[in-house]
Ligand binder design. Structure first.
Ligand code: RFL
Ligand code: PHB
Length: 395
């Protein structure tokens, strides 16, 4: 088999890159380890930046998003007994965010790919890139007991944080920068009306809580737990009781509870892999970087890489500018590190880290108090939350 771009992974980054390339007449094949149903069963992000929405529109996959996505012009941070609203358009140049689930984005992309008849191999085992520092790379894999070889010109590693692509960059070039937090988020999805029209990020002495949503009839709530916590230790009633304790009283009083349709724990960590390119291999999304979910940035950061990779492949195939691949890593990383900073800042300042009051907790309170009571501080939060401008490959 032969293609122009071999894409490893059918998460949002692999599927969107595949759709944009196919629309531009650049042939690509996606190799995914799991089944399509398994990929669709993963409940993850929910907040889309404007740049993400624009790229999905450019790819022609925004009909459902435009019909059902919820436009949010602000969110609240509950802190020290107050609720401070971050007014996004007022503070960030008229911009807003859109609430629309990653599951829905993925389903729209899968349907669009099926519609154009592009090739995806689900349940592909032992996917392995080869010869990435030559001009004839290829990928081998197994499917239903048979071995295959896919010859290509480029390989896009969109295979998430446990994928095979990152490890193909030679160890003497690869550097991974990491920060672990001893925290997890216990998340519950329920078919109940959201407690408020906008998201509420709540600090509390018992730990952080977040009220989010997927639609006017589906809510998504999270509470901070230890990273070692298991969702099996929590009944629905225990979850709702703990969530209520951490919310402002008037919010807790109006919370509608119900049976959970999903309950899971996600660990929190930050990491960046450098460089994001070696020879004919580029890394995109979680394959190259992880952010804790506090800033709602993981999916959006992945889509920003897709934007850069797509523009790169257009320049390579439309204008014979193969040399530009050398700029891919630095272009992506300049924006990634700023987004890593924001996600780290939100995580560090909204969670409870120590059981007793100490110097760090006082600094945390001062930091939040300062930012939330200053227009400059709220502006910084708003500008980052709506998403920084996409980085450009060329000046
Ligand atoms: P994905 O979505 O992880 O997709 C990678 C795909 O690659 C496949 N794969 C392989 N395929 C072939 N061969 C191999 N060797 C392979 N290894 C892996 C996988 O099966 C998968 O289908 O990465 P992508 O496309 O870069 O997208 C990134 C986003 O999914 C991610 O950043 C966000 O979902 C992060 N994230 C969240 N972000 C938010 O903004 N808000 C959230 O609430 C939020 N919750 C989450 C999250 C990530 C989580 N993970 C990864 C543990 C909750 C969880 C549980
Ligand atoms: C979500 O709705 O899943 C969500 C929203 C905002 C975040 C993280 C997750 O910061």
């Amino acid at each position: 088999m032969k293609t122009q771009v071999a894409i490893i992974g059918a998460g949002p980054s692999g599927l969107l890159l595949g759709q944009l390339l196919a629309n531009a007449g650049i042939d690509n094949v996606i190799l995914e380890r799991r089944s399509a149903d398994y990929v669709l069963g993963r409940i993850r992000a929910g907040v889309l930046e404007q740049g993400t929405v624009d790229l999905l529109r450019e790819a022609g996959v925004s009909d459902n998003l435009d019909a059902r996505g919820l436009i949010h012009t602000g969110f609240d941070i509950a802190f020290a007994g107050e609720r401070v609203r971050i007014d996004l358009p007022e503070l960030a140049d008229g911009k807003h965010v859109t609430v629309y689930g990653q599951t829905e984005v993925t389903r729209d992309l899968m349907n669009a790919r099926e519609g154009i008849g592009a090739t995806t191999w689900y349940e592909a085992d032992n996917v392995q890139p080869h010869a990435i520092d030559t001009d004839a790379p290829y990928v081998t894999f197994e499917h239903a007991g048979h071995e295959y070889r896919l010859d290509c010109a480029y390989i896009a590693g969109c295979d998430g944080s446990h994928g095979v692509s990152r490890g193909c960059i030679p160890a003497d070039r690869l550097k991974i920068f990491e920060r672990k937090y001893p925290l997890g988020w216990l998340g519950v999805m329920a078919d109940t009306p959201p407690v408020a029209d906008e998201l509420i990020y709540a600090t509390h002495e018992r730990g952080f809580a977040l009220c989010s949503m997927r639609s006017p009839t589906r809510s998504r709530y999270y509470i901070q737990v230890a990273d070692t916590e298991s969702p099996d230790n929590w009944s629905d009633d225990e979850f709702w009781a703990e969530l209520k304790r951490r919310l402002p009283q008037n919010v807790a009083d109006t919370l509608v509870t119900g049976d959970s349709i999903d309950k899971s724990v996600a660990p929190l960590s930050s990491s960046v892999t450098e460089p994001m390119q070696h020879g004919r291999l580029i890394l995109l999304g979680d394959a190259a970087h992880i952010v804790p979910p506090t800033g709602a940035k993981g999916l959006n950061l992945a889509i920003a890489d897709v934007n850069t990779a797509y523009r790169l492949f257009r320049r390579i195939y439309d204008d014979s500018r193969a040399d530009l691949i050398a700029r891919y890593s630095a272009t992506c990383l300049s924006r990634i590190w700023k987004t890593e900073r924001f996600s780290w800042w939100m995580t560090t300042n909204l969670h409870k880290f120590s059981a007793t009051e100490d110097f760090d907790t006082r600094i945390q309170q001062a930091e939040l108090g300062y930012y939330l009571n200053s227009k400059a501080g709220r502006t910084t939060i708003a500008e980052n939350y709506v998403g920084l401008p996409f980085a450009k490959l060329e000046p």
